[in-house]
Design a protein. Structure first.
Lengths: 180, 447
């Protein structure tokens, strides 16, 4: 009966609190495609998904590092610049203490792709997103080489970076796996 | 003491029996006929009965200046009284040097369960961006059927929800990893947790419109701030109670808390509640971002580390009394504090005044909301001797807050005493002990 249906529809509308009960939404989100989101889509996955074209070597990275990074991270990448909380990028003894201060790229970070992702999105501290992709690859290569995680002449690019095996890859456990 | 006051008051109030060591009283005394408050009026807490009977030489009850002139003109947006200048957050990095900035909530100077917006804790990795809300966009893409972008105006068209929930930095309470009790107040030890009423659009509402590719198991959330802070979140949480929060305690979000919109994941680690939210990407696997792969991964004594800790576990601490709030002589007091759990509602808070040897159940202030601060209260008759106060919370999922000894046995402790503001560890939910000496001074202690 039309009247009966209208009553039910009205009641349903009155009762909705969230999405599930309200199949027809406002639909005022604007459709976008891959090109629209490209400038923002900077996430890199551990398997390399998202890595851009380009590449760089440790030698290229050394030059960029001296110009854009050393002032905070120190000339040798070991931190210690007065008044700056920038993390050391090179070195790190095996972890024997629970302090976060002992975590480094060499002894803790599980994936090399994270280094590219973080450097591109957040560095340099005062000028994020100003490095070119080639510069980020070169800096990534330089820091990995300084940590003896790749060779001094190895080029980092979308194919090689995900293959870098980080020493602490298997050093992690989940606290609540059922929530994941 | 109590005996003498009973004689003066004609024994109108029966003495309340202690239910645990060092003078903890039955919580039901708080709910009765004003027994505790009648007691407090006539004992040490507010001066002795004899002293109260003296003429008020120091402060006679006359009209004060403010009663004899008109008050200030009312302002469009009111700020606290000038006498409340000390009720502020403490900053670890007041000049905004490169590195994280933290602002801690003064739990000992506020009450109830809602943190005022100006006092809500902040941990910021790139300062508070100056976002024009009309130009801000939220994009949802990745493993969805139709990627969409929303303006703030567009989000206002969607059904909204309001809920009270706490937020807590994964590094809150990190000073308890110190091998010696750091002498600091509750703001310094536990100030990276706050609780607010949040209003916004459920993420599931927006995902209904984008549709979800069945392969999606996680989503990546990203902010529009300088470090483009990003975290991976299980999609299960996104479809449960995740919200795009637009209002904080009724007004738009504070700039340092994510204006104009943030991800709200009730009960989950603060850093995952991404501020300045501009992008959500549905993916199969987590991105292993800097913040999840390194910063908020907690090392364990066996050398492994927790990654994706997710939940903030059941915790409580006493806010009154606490360091800096000195007791003014023996008598009846109310012990009060905050309890919360990322796993749901607080089911019970026990309080001890003898360092954990005996416990009594505290009264819980209604409403007791899931994943929200719950205020607990405990009547206490202090006899003036040295005591150690503790609180221990349980949640509806059956989790019980561990003692500090139990906690560090599992999770380790630092080798050296750290600076109090250095957040060197995460996810400590151990019991906090306050040692009260015979002069009424309160200090942080371990038992």
């Amino acid at each position: 009966m039309p009247t009966h249906s209208m009553v039910i529809a009205t009641v349903c509308l009155a009762l909705f609190t969230a999405s599930a009960a309200f199949a027809e939404g406002p639909n005022v989100g604007k459709p976008i495609d891959a090109a629209d989101i490209a400038a923002w889509d900077i996430s890199i996955q551990p398997d390399g998904t998202g890595l851009p074209a380009g590449g760089g070597t440790p030698a290229d990275g050394a030059r960029i590092y001296a110009e854009k990074c050393a002032q905070c991270h120190g000339p040798d990448g070991k931190g210690g610049v007065a008044g700056v909380a920038a993390a050391p990028l090179v070195g790190g003894a095996p972890i024997t203490d629970i302090s976060a201060a002992t975590k480094t790229i060499a002894n803790f970070w599980p994936y090399a792709t994270t280094l590219f992702d973080y450097t591109r999105r957040a560095m340099p501290w005062q000028q994020p997103m100003t490095l070119t992709n080639d510069e980020v690859y070169a800096l990534t290569a330089y820091i990995l080489a300084q940590n003896n995680l790749i060779g001094e002449n190895d080029t980092m690019n979308a194919q090689t970076l995900p293959k870098v095996r980080m020493p602490n890859r298997d050093g992690f456990i989940a606290r609540f796996p059922e929530a994941m | 003491m109590s005996g003498s006051y009973r004689r003066r008051r004609g024994a109108r109030y029966p003495r309340i029996e202690a239910v645990a060591g060092n003078g903890l009283l039955d919580r039901r005394a708080l709910l009765g006929r004003g027994v505790i408050y009648a007691g407090a009026m006539s004992t040490g807490a507010l001066g002795s009965f004899a002293a109260a009977a003296e003429p008020l030489k120091d402060a006679p009850l006359t009209d004060a200046p403010w009663s004899l002139e008109l008050g200030a003109t009312i302002e469009p947006y009111e700020r606290p009284s000038r006498f409340e200048k000390s009720v502020v957050r403490t900053l670890n990095n007041p000049n905004g040097q490169p590195g994280a900035q933290g602002a801690r909530t003064p739990h000992h100077l506020v009450n109830g369960v809602i943190t005022p917006n100006g006092l809500h804790f902040v941990v910021s990795y790139g300062g508070a961006p100056d976002i024009d809300p009309d130009k801000h966009r939220l994009a949802i893409h990745g493993l969805v059927k139709q990627p969409l972008v929303f303006t703030l105006d567009a989000l206002a068209r969607y059904p909204m929800v309001t809920r009270v929930t706490f937020l807590e930095c994964g590094g809150n309470s990190a000073p308890l990893f110190s091998p010696q009790p750091l002498q600091a107040n509750v703001q310094a030890l536990h100030g990276l947790a706050s609780c607010a009423e949040w209003t916004g659009v459920k993420l599931s509402t927006l995902l209904d419109e984008t549709g979800i590719d069945p392969k999606a198991k996680w989503f990546i959330a990203e902010g529009a701030d300088a470090p483009h802070l990003t975290r991976s979140v299980p999609l299960k949480k996104g479809l449960d109670d995740a919200m795009i929060a637009l209002y904080q305690n009724g007004e738009r979000l504070m700039p340092a808390n994510g204006y104009p919109m943030r991800l709200l994941l009730p009960g989950y680690e603060g850093n995952m509640n991404v501020k300045y939210l501009r992008r959500i990407k549905l993916v199969e696997e987590p991105a292993m971002s800097y913040w999840e792969a390194k910063v908020y991964a907690q090392i364990l004594p066996n050398g492994k580390a927790y990654q994706f800790y997710l939940l903030q576990e059941v915790k409580s601490f006493i806010t009154q009394p606490s360091p800096g709030l000195t007791l003014k002589g023996p008598g009846l007091y109310e012990i009060a504090g905050i309890a919360y759990s990322g796993a749901g509602r607080i089911s019970r808070v026990m309080v001890s005044a003898d360092g954990g040897r005996s416990w009594a159940e505290a009264a819980l202030q209604e409403p007791i909301l899931s994943k929200a601060f719950t205020r607990f209260r405990m009547p206490w008759r202090w006899d003036g001797s040295a005591v150690i106060l503790q609180s221990r919370a349980s949640d509806e999922a059956g989790n019980v807050q561990p003692t500090r000894a139990e906690f560090v046995a599992q999770r380790g402790e630092l080798k050296a005493v750290p600076p109090v503001a250095a957040v060197l560890n995460q996810h400590c939910n151990a019991i906090t002990s306050w040692a009260v000496d015979s002069a009424g001074e309160v200090k942080h202690a371990y038992t």
